[in-house]
Design a protein around this ligand. Structure first.
Ligand SMILES: CC(C)(COP(=O)(O)OP(=O)(O)OC[C@H]1O[C@@H](n2cnc3c(N)ncnc32)[C@H](O)[C@@H]1OP(=O)(O)O)[C@@H](O)C(=O)NCCC(=O)NCCS
Length: 169
């Protein structure tokens, strides 16, 4: 992601979250050396993005979003796979995140990659919804590696036939 992407990112952000981040938060993240922000594009349009922070022994997933028009087509999963792969290459032990209790699509996405619920944060969000704290298995666990590779291969096969009408974006 670059600053030039922010108008499109903010449009998707506002359509996706009850309490969206503001543009300043993204600008600060873009200037932060510990932060990694990625976009997925199709036909030169942004169809998804994610932001992660690398702390000493862990990666924290701050946001992950697919454009409303492409939901259910593997783009959110592609972003998560990218986050996990980068966390592995950075030598992080785990990926952690918070998710709204009501956010069943996101919870199912994380569970697909064997994330588990490890905590609960009451009134975590600005609108007072609670958060579930989730963490990945140990990234150096061979069983997790096998699972990750199998899911990743299936995803890439699925995405080979990905298509949408760019005019719907
Ligand atoms: C969560 C989000 C990123 C998922 O992205 P997506 O592109 O729709 O998801 P994918 O098509 O890649 O789905 C991958 C997996 O996620 C889960 N999933 C996605 N949508 C789901 C739904 N509506 N119901 C149940 N599970 C769902 C499934 O496990 C799915 O795997 P499957 O296709 O084998 O069933 C998307 O819904 C989104 O942008 N939501 C708004 C922002 C948000 O809430 N982000 C998460 C913050 S914690």
């Amino acid at each position: 992601m670059t600053a030039a992407d922010l108008p499109d990112v903010m449009t998707i952000e506002r359509a996706s979250y009850a309490t969206p981040w503001d543009e300043i938060a993204y600008r600060q993240a873009l200037d932060n050396e510990q932060a990694f922000l990625d976009v997925v594009t199709f036909a030169d349009r942004i169809i998804g993005y994610a932001a992660m922070w690398h702390f000493v022994d862990q990666v924290h997933l701050g946001t992950i979003v697919s454009h409303p028009v492409v939901r259910g087509k593997g783009i959110g999963e592609l972003l998560l796979v990218n986050v996990i792969a980068r966390a592995i290459s950075l030598g992080a032990g785990t990926v952690t995140l918070e998710v709204r209790t009501s956010n069943h699509p996101a919870r199912a996405l994380y569970e697909k990659y064997n994330f588990s619920e490890v905590g609960y944060r009451k009134n975590y969000y600005r609108d007072h919804e609670d958060a579930i704290l989730m963490t990945s298995p140990a990234l150096n666990d061979p069983a997790f590696h096998r699972h990750f590779k199998i899911q990743q291969m299936a995803l890439f096969k699925r995405l080979a036939s990905f298509t949408i009408l760019p005019s719907t974006l």
